[in-house]
Design a protein around this ligand. Structure first.
Ligand code: F6R
Length: 615
């Protein structure tokens, strides 16, 4: 995820773009840049760091003249965050300047071709490839900028929201969208472009939201022309009147970042497997894994180190790896691992999982594992983070910035990556049948739709939250793949609502926690269709005979648990191996609603921090 802003009109573009970038910083904040055009010279300034760092650099190095400009705040996907990889990017001639939010999946092959044709690349980004492809087409086919953009976009695979201009056309910005958002603000004799309406809301309430595979040529004199990228057909602009305030817009209309991030899960899970999972062809391709696959295949065991929610994702992975790839797995709290003189050898593979990539305990565990000769693989969300650099190799989740302190979309995207790794290893080792392998690839592709369906039950979950918001204790129970989900559900509730909650394997209840059960105790039980279904039903009976209040997560269409439970939260059928990606959704929503009803600070719960960089 990145934020893009553009302006063309009568004002100085710089303050409009700078303020716009500040408002879009929630979309990415590892680097920022701006290009301004005054009709004769393009001024460009970019830097690793936040928009405030860009502002400082501009004040020291750049003239801020010009009524046309574009700006970008980055969330790195290709290439670590540094000055060179920051946007905007020039084409080789210096005529075209582009900003891009998204991922061009086939950039490597296009780049190779362009290099053969004499192009030079200065950054590691897919974006620089795109702007040079556009330039190449414009030159060789002798077409205008808009046409060149259209031809180029028909050659790329991936997602984009782009804005670019040509030095030879000081009155024009070209924009296009597929997958990533793009809004055009319409003022009097001026136009704004942005990832959402927050950069221009004080200037105009009129906006056009481009649909996927639409592009627009924005000209000061002749206004806006929207076309379909695929077939060049003209689209009549639909101008909406916005009735939002800035805060609402930054949160995409949601009241909290946490809720927004919960609802982003269908799209970010897709982003995480996009280009890596080719279900029809039976292929999983993970850049960081390909060169090290032998290490995994020959490993004596896999040790997963992580903290908090990431540790829960690791626990899910333990089930998946052992089930499919038949590799022994141990999952360790990084904080314990680092201090207990663990036995590690060169035949061990250590997987470190971290959303922020900055967690001090996980980093220390990585250092220890490396000292002892283990191969260390990272699964991080933040590109270029300390952990991503400290590991030998790794895979990024593509969850985009997670701002809410309580981790939600990081969890499901981590599991998505871990699932792809496990399936790939199992395939190579021959420990999974071809049929099972293909079924799971297809099922993984269906997860975003199933998550959407689970999210659609929000209203029912809100009603349950209202009934239990004043409880002082909760138990969460699950078996097998859904035991870690029970732990995660309990963690979500305690961290944002401050209600005490414990997660347990359902079968362990009778070894102690059953003593807690009375008519005041809500117990959330994950009771979906699975190998453990009958056993979980027995556990529910045990709770019921002690008058505990049962809130069950069930598979749509379930009749048995529906009869026994006091309340149910339905999720669509999903194979048990992938079910944590779906069963976790109602638990996230339940915690959110309870915390909200208790007036808690949902996005910034007390005593917590987003990145725990201290021991
Ligand atoms: C829970 C939560 C924390 C983090 C933990 C690890 O909602 O946010 O438990 O999961 O601090 O953080 P990362 O994944 O950044 O290493």
């Amino acid at each position: 995820m990145c934020g893009i802003v553009g302006y063309i009109g009568k004002r100085d573009a710089y303050p409009v773009i700078l303020n716009g970038l500040k408002r879009l910083e929630y979309r990415g904040y590892d680097s920022a840049g701006i290009a301004l055009y005054d009709g004769s010279t393009i001024q460009l300034c970019k830097t690793k760091g936040k928009v405030a760092d860009l502002e400082k650099k501009v004040s020291e190095e750049m003239a801020t003249k010009g009524n046309l400009g574009i700006g970008h705040t980055r969330w790195a996907t290709h290439g670590i965050p540094n000055d060179i990889n920051s946007h905007p990017h020039f084409s080789n001639s210096g005529d075209l300047v582009i900003i891009h939010n998204g991922i061009i999946e086939n950039y490597a092959s296009i780049k190779k071709e362009l290099i053969n044709r004499g192009y030079t690349f200065y950054s590691d980004t897919d974006t620089e490839v795109l702007v040079n492809l556009i330039e190449d087409i414009k030159k060789n086919e002798n077409v205008k900028l808009g046409k060149a953009v259209q031809i180029a976009l028909n050659q790329v695979v991936g997602a984009y929201a782009i804005a670019l201009f040509d030095k030879n056309k000081p009155d024009e910005i070209v924009v296009a969208k597929l997958g990533s958002p793009l809004a055009i603000g319409i003022g009097t004799d001026e136009f704004f472009v942005a990832s959402d309406a927050s950069p221009f809301i004080e200037f105009t309430n009129n906006a056009i939201y481009l649909e996927d595979e639409e592009m627009a040529i924005i000209r000061l004199v002749r206004e806006i022309k929207i076309r379909k990228v695929k077939d060049d057909s003209i689209v009549a602009p639909y101008i909406q009147e916005l009735q939002l305030n800035i805060e609402q817009i930054e949160k995409g209309g949601y009241d909290h970042f946490m809720l927004k991030e919960i609802y982003e899960q269908p799209s970010v899970i897709k982003d995480t497997y996009r280009g890596r999972l080719l279900a029809d062809k039976g292929i999983i391709r993970l850049g960081g894994l390909e060169d090290y696959i032998e290490k995994f295949i020959n490993a004596d065991r896999i040790i997963i180190v992580a903290c908090g929610t990431s540790w829960h994702a690791g626990l899910v992975a333990e089930y998946i790896f052992e089930d499919w790839a038949r590799i022994p797995v141990e999952v360790e709290y990084a904080s314990e691992f680092r201090y207990r003189n663990p036995v590690i050898t060169e035949k061990d593979v250590v997987i470190a999982i971290s959303q922020s990539g900055e967690t001090a305990d996980t980093l220390a565990a990585i250092k220890l594992a490396k000292e002892k000769g283990a191969f260390v693989y990272g699964i991080c969300n933040v590109v270029g983070s300390t952990i991503s650099r400290a590991t030998h190799s790794g895979t990024y989740t593509h969850a985009g910035p997670e701002i809410g302190v309580a981790s939600t979309k990081a969890f499901t995207t981590q599991i998505t990556v871990l699932t792809m790794i496990a399936l790939k290893l199992a395939k190579i080792k021959g420990t999974i049948s071809q049929t099972d392998y293909m079924v799971h690839l297809r099922e993984l592709e269906l997860i975003p739709t199933k998550v959407e369906s689970a999210l659609s039950k929000n209203d029912a979950i809100e009603k349950i939250a209202l009934l239990f918001k004043d409880a002082t204790n909760f138990l969460y129970l699950g078996r097998g793949y859904n035991f870690p989900v029970a732990l995660e559900g309990a963690l979500k509730l305690k961290e944002i609502s401050y209600i005490h909650a414990e997660g347990y394997p359902a079968a362990e209840m009778k070894h102690g926690p059953i003593a807690l059960i009375d008519e005041h105790m809500p117990i959330v039980v994950i009771a979906i269709n699975s190998n453990h279904y009958e056993k979980v039903v027995s556990n529910i009976q045990e709770i019921k005979s002690r008058k505990g209040k049962i809130i069950a997560v069930v598979t749509e269409g379930d009749t048995v648990v529906r009869e026994l439970a006091d309340y149910i939260m339905e999720v669509p059928y999903t194979p048990e191996t992938l079910s944590p990606l779906v069963t976790t959704i109602p638990l996230q929503l339940l915690s959110y609603h309870i915390a909200l009803m208790l007036n808690r600070n949902v996005d910034q719960p007390r005593n917590l921090a987003k990145a725990v960089t201290v021991e």
